[in-house]
Design a protein around this ligand. Structure first.
Ligand code: HEM
Ligand code: HEM
Length: 184
């Protein structure tokens, strides 16, 4: 596979860093909902960890979006048109989710009466608490979380399908140089 058919190194590193971070964050988000409120402190500790990791991920997502806007995706290999369309739109929607998740999480948390603690450090309050806005952004966060889980599931299933077919799609996101020079 020629290097022009692959994502560049920065895009690949950002993809895998976020894939790991976001999968863990999605899992943590749903899991922490089940942590009991009693004894006090434990649930809040997990919520604060989730918020802190979310803010770090937000920064990486901003970098990724900027990088992506400056670099077009490499040309896809010969695939049926419906697969190219599905890939195109699912990737776009994944980007929308990647932006909406930290944004809605941050906004929802910023309208509660409690400060957001970034790894223990309270962040300055930006505006007054509002139960309605907390509810609104919380609902966006939850709904987008479910959409994202569905999209990521589809995305991983597609990646495995392409890997089994060895049609070159998986290699586009691989840091390894192609092992088969005759394919270059
Ligand atoms: C939360 C987890 C993940 C997210 C949010 C995500 C998101 C994305 C996005 C947005 C793209 C398009 C890149 C672009 O055009 O800029 C992409 C490409 C890709 N992803 Fe993921 N990904 C995730 C996990 C995974 C996993 C676990 C795998 C493998 C099992 C994978 C395999 C791939 C591959 C092979 C491509 C290249 C597709 C192509 O050639 O067009 N991704 N991913
Ligand atoms: C970076 C990506 C993020 C992902 C993938 C993510 C994912 C999730 C998921 C799946 C849930 C459980 C569903 C729900 O109840 O809403 C959740 C809950 C929550 N997230 Fe996030 N989150 C992210 C970022 C953030 C950020 C940056 C904050 C705040 C600074 C945050 C604050 C919260 C809070 C407070 C809850 C509990 C909501 C409630 O119980 O009403 N999240 N998150």
């Amino acid at each position: 596979m020629s290097e022009t058919q692959k994502y560049n190194r920065v895009a690949i590193v950002l993809h895998w860093l976020l894939a790991l971070g976001l999968l863990a964050q999605l899992f943590l988000g749903f899991w922490m909902e089940g942590v009991p409120k009693d004894p006090p402190g434990i649930r809040a500790g997990w919520f604060n960890l989730h918020k802190s990791i979310g803010l770090v991920l937000a920064l990486i997502i901003v970098l990724r979006v900027i990088w992506r806007l400056m670099h077009a995706a490499p040309e896809l290999p010969a695939l049926p048109a419906w697969q190219k369309t599905l890939a195109h739109w699912s990737h776009r929607l994944l980007y929308v989710c990647m932006v909406l998740m930290p944004m809605s999480g941050f906004l929802g948390s910023s309208f509660t009466p409690y400060p957001i603690k970034f790894f223990g450090m309270p962040l300055p309050r930006l505006w007054d608490a509002s139960a309605d806005l907390k509810e609104l952004f919380g609902a966006v966060h939850t709904a987008t979380g479910f959409v994202m889980v569905g999209l990521v599931g589809l995305h991983i299933a597609a990646a495995i399908w392409h890997a089994v077919r060895r049609d070159g799609v998986m290699q586009r996101m691989s840091l390894k140089k192609s092992m088969s020079p005759q394919l270059d």
